[in-house]
Ligand binder design. Structure first.
Ligand code: ADP
Length: 587
């Protein structure tokens, strides 16, 4: 009983004595519980999100792998199939040639896929750093046009590259990456426009608006913030091709996203280009906009702030005050050329007919007041510009400078043009610095090599080339290509051997070095560094060409940093090789 009472009392006490504090405590406990629950819920949500992200990443990875495998498989199948066909028809030359052509196409596609994937992964993992180097906008436009014009011509497109207002030709930025961006966009316009289309490209500059949104660009740590030392490079590319739906435009910058329909099914691509472009433009502090309508073409607008390079102080040795004959029937071209010549202190004399020019020059020669050069444009009223070049070359002799300003692809017309007597080429779109620079070079050394015997059978006997390559098959291919030129080729199988061979050669013995990068014992970078560090003049002067399968911009940079002069990527292209030999050995 006592126990019961006691219990009762305690029970009562419990109710009576602790009524108020218990409520507070319970409320406190409840709040703590609720906070705990909220925390758990947050943790749960975070976990769910992490799970979802991991699942999405996993799915993206699977999609990536399956796209990759599919995209690699397609050209691989073509290569293997063509190899089998070629083997079974080995005695039919035409058939084998056809197969080899197809193998070449498929393998170059495979190569671009692999390059894109590696580039993408470099960008993704933040392993690319943008370079700040001086470059000329004229060179950039020329390089782009060299790459895209043949593609456009092949598809019968009209490709118009217009140069708007240019405030500064010499800029600072990552020119290789800029080229990659622009080539990608124009390349797509060429690809996704049915044959015979119109592609319009325009490049211009303006001051960077103060409110230009370029906050996150690591590039801007340098000197491309808005101000007097920067310009905004504006690039526009429009086509009248197949266009894209609004729905697709939302995904265009996602890796591997491609439009899948009847119009695109036969067009090769990796779906990585746009993603790479977007990443690069972002990192440069630029802006990219796309507008498009299905069936109605597309338009890409890119704006990138770039720092202005210090003025090019190269003193052009122009024959100021002298007459330059301008042969051009197209009025706007002629006016542009004349204005540029005038601003270089020259006296342009414009004529539209070949016959008038021949007559005028005959008199000028008789009276001994020859102009300092003849500048050929695109067309004349009565004959082709190359026909005129032939006449003038005969009339005025081998020393007289004849320049050709043309939209044509120089590689395609070079043979014909140099045979006709043209000794320099200035590409369109025309930049003043290029026109005046070429004219200055040509007139200051009138003894230009006008040997028009062509590059194919050029004879380089007496020249010495060092070929540094560890792979026997590659050695054989390179040796085969080089030996037809008559040059003496010495082989080193690794970098150390190359260093030894160079060190033991007499001064100025080697005229050119082709250097592989990845080699046992000593790689190409180190070998180049060691050669460059030797205390002899030719170690600094010798032209070293990196010859490697690594064709990424980063690799090109590394080879430049090691002291190499240019990059020649494998598989070796005979045309490119001829160009290098021509430039370096026929100085
Ligand atoms: P791809 O290697 O497939 O060309 P990109 O990443 O460069 O990959 O482009 C992604 C996709 O965007 C293309 O597959 C194509 O469907 C679409 N696209 C890009 N540019 C154009 C264009 N100028 N016109 C129409 N479609 C385009």
């Amino acid at each position: 009983m006592a126990n019961t009472d006691n219990h009762q009392i305690q029970h009562n006490e419990h109710f009576s004595l602790t009524d108020q504090p218990l409520d507070q405590k319970a409320a406190g406990d409840l709040a703590a519980c609720q906070a705990q629950i909220r925390l758990l819920e947050q943790k749960n949500a975070a976990l769910e999100q992490a799970l979802q992200e991991a699942q999405e990443a996993n799915q993206a990875k699977s999609r990536f792998l399956s796209s990759m495998s599919h995209d690699i498989r397609t050209p691989m199948n073509a290569i293997m199939g063509m190899v089998s066909i070629a083997i079974s028809h080995i005695d039919e030359k035409a058939r084998v040639q056809d197969c080899l052509g197809k193998i070449q196409t498929a393998s170059s596609h495979l190569m671009s896929l692999v390059n894109d994937v590696l580039d993408m992964s470099r960008i993704d993992s933040g392993r690319i750093s943008l370079r700040e180097e001086m470059f000329s906008l004229a060179d950039l436009v020329h390089d782009i046009s060299v790459v895209v014009r043949p593609q456009a011509t092949q598809r019968n497109h009209t490709l118009q590259i217009e140069i708007g207002t240019i405030l500064q030709e010499h800029l600072i930025g990552d020119v290789l990456r800029l080229r990659q961006i622009l080539v990608n966009i124009i390349g797509n316009a060429v690809k996704y426009t049915p044959d015979g289309g119109n592609i319009f490209v325009c490049l211009s500059q303006c001051a960077v608006p103060a409110d230009f949104p370029m906050a996150n660009a690591d590039f801007l740590q340098g000197n491309a913030a808005p101000g007097p030392d920067t310009v905004l490079l504006e690039f526009q590319c429009s086509d009248n091709g197949i266009g894209m739906s609004e729905e697709f435009l939302k995904r265009i910058f996602e890796p591997f996203e491609r439009v899948h329909n009847a119009a695109t099914s036969k067009i090769e691509g990796t779906g990585l280009g746009m993603s790479i472009v977007k990443n690069l433009v972002d990192r440069m502090g630029g802006r990219i906009q796309v507008s498009s309508r299905e069936g109605n073409g597309s338009r890409f607008d890119i704006a990138i702030p770039l720092a202005i390079a210090p003025q090019d102080t190269r003193n052009l040795h122009l024959p100021t005050g002298q007459t330059v004959l301008v042969a051009e029937n197209q009025e706007p071209n002629a006016m542009q050329i004349c204005a540029m010549l005038q601003s270089g202190g020259l006296q342009p004399l414009h004529m539209q007919s070949g016959l008038d020019i021949v007559t005028w020059l005959t008199e000028a020669q008789y009276e001994k007041h020859m102009p300092c050069a003849l500048l050929l444009g695109q067309e004349l009223t009565d004959m082709s510009v190359l026909e005129l070049a032939r006449h003038i070359r005969q009339l005025a002799g081998l020393d007289f400078p004849i320049l050709l300003v043309s939209e044509a692809d120089w590689a395609q017309i070079e043979f014909q043009a140099s045979r006709a007597g043209v000794n320099a080429f200035v590409p369109c779109p025309l930049f003043q610095s290029r026109l005046l620079g070429t004219l200055a070079d040509l007139t200051s050394q009138r003894r230009q090599d006008i040997d028009s015997s062509g590059e194919e059978d050029a004879d380089y006997s007496g020249y010495h080339i060092l070929l540094v390559e560890d792979n026997e098959l590659n050695q054989e291919i390179a040796l085969e290509l080089l030996s037809v030129t008559g040059a003496t080729v010495q082989i080193a199988s690794d970098g150390a051997q190359a260093v030894e061979l160079f060190a033991s050669s007499p001064e100025d013995y080697f005229d050119l070095i082709f250097m592989d990068i990845q080699m046992p014992v000593m790689d190409g970078y180190e070998a180049t560094r060691q050669i460059r560090a030797m205390s002899r003049q030719d170690a600094r002067d010798v032209w070293i060409v990196a010859m490697t399968a690594n064709a990424f911009v980063e690799d090109i940079r590394l080879s430049q940093e090691a002291g190499m002069n240019e990059h020649f990527s494998k598989p070796l292209d005979p045309g490119h090789l001829r160009d290098i030999l021509h430039r370096q050995l026929r100085k």
